[in-house]
Ligand binder design. Structure first.
Ligand code: FAD
Ligand code: SIN
Length: 543
């Protein structure tokens, strides 16, 4: 097996990973260079697909203040956001925008070259910046990618998946085993600093807005290495995905449409949001999602509808070009027709617990972006706070590593060698796939959607855990798999169990986690922590 050495290994090339790489490359003491690995093509993550925008509290937006953004974020987080992290990220938002501009990112401006701000659910004022109308993620990701490609000290591997973290006798993370899915080869990357930026886990659910790479790999490998995970039960379901199932995920109909006055209606055009919340279409995501879900159940509808026909075709084509064209491809002219929408798994608030600098409980391991639970989002993420978190957390992390020792020793201890040996002993390349992985993945996604979805209960969660155990038995993997699909399935099984167990443990309803057997929010807000126990069973505790 090939062995290599890098000063920093960054796993994931979304906005969090790319931004961290660019900032790290400014330090002069990374003598062995930086390696970014990406499971698919470099730009294939959630970042590229982000539509609505990025929150920024800008000095020239006279209507806005950091205090107001903090308040909105805390209200949305339902008592589980960490004040220090929220304050830090909000305060640094203006700086984050300046940094992005310096990397060539272009936000939409008006005719006087002033930044344009839009409104989304549960924000008190318009404070969301966007690029290309509704292509914000694409605008930021491509700006950062061009900058990274110009850096000679940053190496890049595409189609390469991290499958296990290397941990030494002192419990320090020393790198990772990576797997190239094109030539089926393994490599041990030794590094004194491993930055997980692997994104989310929407692909655990039948309906999701997330791309195919979002299979919870980062959460799974960190958990197996002993990282502490937090609040895994909080999966955000976006209220309005396009209810057409001809792709392997659902296309998003941005919340920004509701920010521009779109109404949720039934097939006859009747509005219904006033029954659920006085903020109507601009209530927090959990409320809008449950309202749509409940209307769909009551009316036995496959979906509800979004009506933005009060705007002209010219306005919609300019403001929402991606959405306009995608709908048109599906024979929906949004200037005339209702858009069929229904909820889909969208964002994971839980993840690897970190402080505001991305530090985990394991030395040498850092986590940033959606894979992390930094304390910003609590039980429910406020719209467009995620891209901001990716940039500020990556920046905070790099600043905190100013005096870090990036030198990695050539001496590899026995524990690390034993992990490496596991991947040397068999010729996995020629192994025949034993089980139908696609069928098992589909079953798992159905179980998660039906039982660990928008509405949960003790009965559905226990059912899910039993059915996941059956899948695990059929899969029968002992940790080493023979291809990317198998590694993904192993990760999906691990993390699905963690979500179901954490959801079972939380006997209340809070934010995105709704238990029909415990419909009320407890007075005291507690986090759920989960850490691998000595005998491999997850150990759940709350505080
Ligand atoms: P990602 O961008 O998801 O990148 C993860 C990277 O990790 C990818 O390169 C992937 O290939 C790689 N990876 C995964 N596993 C492995 C592995 N085992 N080994 C190697 N590499 C791996 N947020 C907002 O704030 N505003 C928005 O408008 C917005 N719109 C959204 C629209 C959509 C359709 C979606 C899906 C999300 C949206 N979000 C939005 C959320 C936001 O886009 C994401 O939370 C954010 O982009 C995550 O960035 P990231 O860098 O953490 O991860
Ligand atoms: C959207 O555009 O609705 C997505 C915004 C987000 O996920 O923050």
């Amino acid at each position: 097996m090939k062995k290599s050495k890098y000063s920093a290994l960054i796993i994931g090339s979304g906005i969090a990973g790319l931004f961290a790489a660019l900032e790290l490359s400014k330090y002069k003491n990374l003598h062995d260079g930086i390696l970014i690995i990406s499971k698919g093509k470099l730009d294939e993550g959630s970042s590229k697909h982000a539509q609505g925008g990025m929150v920024a509290v800008m000095e020239d937006n006279k209507k806005d203040t950091v205090e107001s953004h903090i308040k909105d974020t805390l209200v949305s987080g339902c008592g589980l956001s960490e004040f220090g992290t929220v304050e830090n990220i909000s305060t640094n938002s203006c700086y984050a925008v300046e940094k992005l501009l310096s990397y060539g990112v272009k936000f939409d401006c008006d005719e006087n070259n002033n930044l344009k701000f839009t409104l989304e659910g549960a924000h008190s004022v318009p404070r969301i910046l966007h690029c290309g109308g509704d292509a914000t993620g694409f605008g930021i990701e491509s700006g950062l990618l061009s900058a990274v490609k110009n850096k000679s000290d940053i190496s890049i591997y595409e189609n390469t998946m991290a499958i296990e973290l290397l941990k030494d006798k002192t419990e320090r993370i020393k790198g990772a085993i990576i797997y190239n899915s094109q030539n089926c080869s393994y490599e041990a990357v030794i590094s004194s600093c491993v930055i997980l930026a692997t994104g989310g886990m929407g692909q655990l659910y039948k309906y999701t807005t997330n791309p195919y790479v979002a299979t919870a790999d980062g959460q799974a490998i960190a958990y197996r290495a002993g990282a502490k995970l937090r609040d895994m039960e909080f999966m955000q379901f976006h209220p309005t995905s396009l209810a057409i199932d001809k792709y392997n995920n659902r296309f998003l109909i941005s919340e920004a449409l509701r920010g521009e006055g779109a109404k949720l209606v039934d097939l006859d055009g009747n509005q219904f949001m006033a029954k659920y919340d006085k903020r109507k279409e601009l209530a927090t995501r959990d409320i809008v999602t449950r309202a749509i879900y409940s209307e769909m159940q009551n009316l036995k509808y496959h979906n509800m509808y979004l009506d933005i026909t009060h705007h002209s075709k010219e306005f919609l084509q300019k403001r929402f070009p991606t959405i306009f064209n995608m709908c048109l491809e599906n024979h929906i002219d949004i200037s005339k027709d209702l858009i069929p929408v229904s909820p889909a798994a969208h964002y994971s608030m839980g993840g690897v617990e970190t402080d505001a600098n991305g530090k985990t409980n394991l030395d040498g391991l850092f986590a940033i972006g959606e894979v992390a639970s930094s304390g910003l989002h609590g039980a429910n993420r406020l719209a467009s706070n995620s891209l901001l978190e990716c940039v500020v957390m990556a920046d905070n992390l790099v600043k905190s590593l100013k005096d870090y020792n990036f030198t990695c020793s050539d001496i590899i201890d026995e524990k690390v060698l034993n992990i490496m040996k596991k991947y040397q002993q068999t010729d996995y390349e020629n192994e025949v796939q034993k089980t139908n992985i696609y069928e098992l993945k589909t079953r798992l996604k159905n179980i998660m959607w039906n039982n660990v979805g928008i509405i949960r209960s003790q009965i559905t969660l226990k059912k899910a855990l039993n059915e996941i155990a059956d899948i695990e038995k059929e899969f029968n993997s002992d940790g080493v798999c023979s291809n990317k699909e198998e590694y993904e399935l192993a990760n999906m099984i691990t993390v699905s169990k963690l979500i179901a167990e954490s959801a079972l443990n939380r006997e209340e309803s809070r934010g995105s986690h709704y238990r029909e057997d415990f419909p009320f929010q407890k007075e005291e807000a507690e986090h759920t922590y989960i850490k691998r126990g000595i005998e491999n069973n997850g150990e759940i505790f709350t505080s």
